[in-house]
Design a protein around this ligand. Sequence first.
Ligand code: SF4
Length: 348
Amino acid sequence: MKPGRILSGMRPTGRLHLGNWVGALENWVRLQNEGWSNYHMVADWHMLTTGHDDTSRLQSDTHEMVVDWLAAGLDPEKSVIFVQSAVKEHAELHLLFSMLVSKARLERIPTLKEQIRDLHLDEQTISYGHLGYSVLQAADILLYRATHVPVGEDQVPHVELTREIARRFNHLYCRNRAPVFPEPEAMLTRFPRLRGNDGQRMSKSAGNALMLAATPDEIAVYVKGAYTDPKKIRANDPGRPEADPSDGHPGCVVWEYHRKFTPSEAETIARKCRAGELACVPDKQHLTRSLADALAPIRERRARWADDPDAVREVIADGNRRARAVAERTMDEVRGAMGLASTAEVPR
Ligand code: SF4
């Protein structure tokens, strides 16, 4: 695939975990190194849709998250790292796009329904901003005229809405001119979500996350507590690496991690496990060593960036400048296409 431009962001939640690396960061770094034009946004306005009552940690969480992005291998020379709220054009484009989408269309977005269910929200009282967060996402993506959006399966409906908005805008306002917006494509993450060591979805709030900068000792404790096959009691009992619906066994977490971090050995490990030729304790020790090796470069880079907070702030300030320059050009075209006020005074 010819490299294009990607826009991808995260809500500022502070330090990141292994699931963030496998689900997003690793992919961002790969694309960056393959010559894609990467824009990575700290989605602080999105954070407000479900957490507007306490903003006391926004600044520190932003800083810690960006340190982890840099530790993971994002190169600020190649990738633009910026904060959404520092580029006001996101708000302007969100406002304009909000005229192009019906309330009913937003209510059909599956992730909104899931949030209402998971956060025990009252559908009648969710905020105007929360209802429209997928329109803000469309503005985030199209402001940089991203051609691709790296996402998990659950985010595909958002990219579809973004495409609809781009089409609608181009159809309404670009009849006699070149389209302002591309229709970006969803780029599915290669490895599905990594589970926490208890077999459930990994999250910091659930207490089942392995932090990206974990030490070898922390990794050992984490893996030692990992869910395996409850029916494999003795070392030479046959085990079940994969899920078994007959008793609801969701699959051995250790083997899932092997598939990710020691893929060339995963099939042999599974075969030996099934045959009762492999015990869980040595297998967990093997995974611990592999994980510690895989995370060592991230841990070392993190220590360097964490020691230099001014350098991190400069990365963000530079990214904000670069993002703003692109956003201003897009908005000039948007206003021109829509016949809105002249923007001659907008600095380029
Ligand atoms: S031997 Fe390994 S793959 Fe098999 S159940 Fe134990 S930890 Fe899981």
